[in-house]
Ligand binder design. Structure first.
Ligand code: SF4
Length: 372
């Protein structure tokens, strides 16, 4: 590892800077006030995979709806999932709800150590460290994407990410001071967000410029290096837009575990590596009907794969409750629909007129008679 900056210098310089330039964020305690573990925890869960600007817009609304950990624990999961719309990664909302139940059952007291926090559902090493440091001033090593970038530059760590992560973590641990570890963690985050930015770090105004190896070596903008991302595989699925004669649309709940677990959906078939032919898509439909293809497809990016959905639409007589939940089109927004399903709804509504002109797709004879 390159020559390390003196830890005490870095901590002192950074905390001095933080006392003058700290960001005001809705979840952050004011100077001198103790941080609320509930607010810190909720914000850190939201900030995973979501920008601070987006979280800042949504945080107040979430806290107004669930002002305490007890209120969150007592809320129906559907209400929590609904409030989580727009953040994606709904497993985080389900874990948030489960963990709130554990904390509420313990009298509303959060564990105050990394180890204790990690025992809560969905709390991994990063969130445990962040809550322990920020809410309880434990000397935990907190490394988010901002801290990763600052430390890679301070130490001029040239190994590309993600292989550099252990070295960056070890380097961060050497800098974390025993006093004010929570402020130190937030100061690192603030420096990364406002000064040591990804593209053009503002070294001229940086409080750590005198200690920074990357700046001295003229390589700040090139670090941290990143390994090329492998191409995301593409998967294919089918969504079935089924309306009853009264105009209501069929929704159903996805299985609790797995992708979009527990969320409401326009019924879909399995996602697979090869595209669906019309006849086999109709065969796999939730009910036999005159299914008509809608023009175009719905594309969506998940973390590990890209999805392309074909849509088929049909109309049946009665709204059979055994098939799922029937919703008026105007009330679809009341359901906890993930972003993918909102795209499906938009696509189906926009293409609705065309579908009535398209010929129905015939299921293969054997399959059709099986389901009749
Ligand atoms: Fe980042 Fe530049 Fe500060 Fe180094 S001197 S920490 S590269 S902003």
């Amino acid at each position: 590892m390159p020559t390390a900056p003196a830890p005490t210098d870095v901590a002192r310089l950074l905390l001095d800077w933080y006392d003058r330039h700290r960001r005001v964020l809705p979840w952050r305690a004011l100077p001198g006030a103790g941080a609320d573990p509930y607010r810190v925890w909720v914000s850190e869960v939201m900030l995973q995979q979501t920008t601070a600007a987006a979280v800042a817009n949504a945080f107040a609304g979430f806290l107004a709806r669930f002002p305490t950990v007890e209120a969150l624990a007592a809320a129906p999961i559907d209400e929590v999932l609904h409030a989580w719309q727009g953040f994606g990664y709904y497993a985080r909302a389900r874990n948030l709800h489960r963990a709130a139940g554990v904390v509420a059952a313990a009298g509303g007291r959060f564990p105050d150590t990394e180890e204790g926090l990690r025992a809560l559902p969905g709390v991994g090493p990063y969130i445990a460290a962040a809550v322990a440091a920020i809410a309880f001033d434990r000397p935990a090593t907190v490394v988010d994407a901002n801290v990763e970038r600052v430390v890679a530059r301070l130490f001029a760590i040239r190994t590309p990410l993600p292989a550099a992560r252990p070295a960056i973590r070890a380097a961060t641990a050497t800098l974390t001071p025993p006093g004010r570890p929570g402020d130190f963690a937030q100061a690192m985050m603030d420096l990364g967000a406002t000064v040591c930015t990804p593209r053009q770090p503002r070294c001229m105004i940086c409080p750590l410029e005198s200690a920074c190896r990357a700046s001295a070596e003229g390589v700040a903008g090139a670090l941290p290096a990143k390994s090329p991302k492998p191409e995301r595989p593409r998967r294919h699925g089918v969504a079935y837009w089924l309306t009853a004669s009264d105009g209501r649309v069929l929704l159903r709940r996805r299985p609790a575990e797995g992708l979009l677990g527990g969320m409401m959906e326009v019924p879909t078939g399995p996602f697979r590596d090869r595209p669906w032919e019309a006849a086999e898509a109709v065969t796999a439909a939730p009910v036999a009907a005159d299914w008509r293809p809608l023009a175009g497809t719905v594309a969506h990016g998940f973390t590990h794969f890209g999805l392309e959905l074909r849509l088929f639409a049909a109309r049946i007589g009665g709204a059979d409750p055994a098939l799922g939940t029937w919703s008026e089109v105007a009330r679809l927004g009341d359901h906890a629909l993930p972003t993918l399903m909102k795209k499906v709804v938009r696509h189906a509504l926009a293409a609705g007129q065309d579908s009535r002109a398209a010929p129905a797709v015939r299921a293969p004879r054997a399959a059709a008679s099986r389901r009749a």
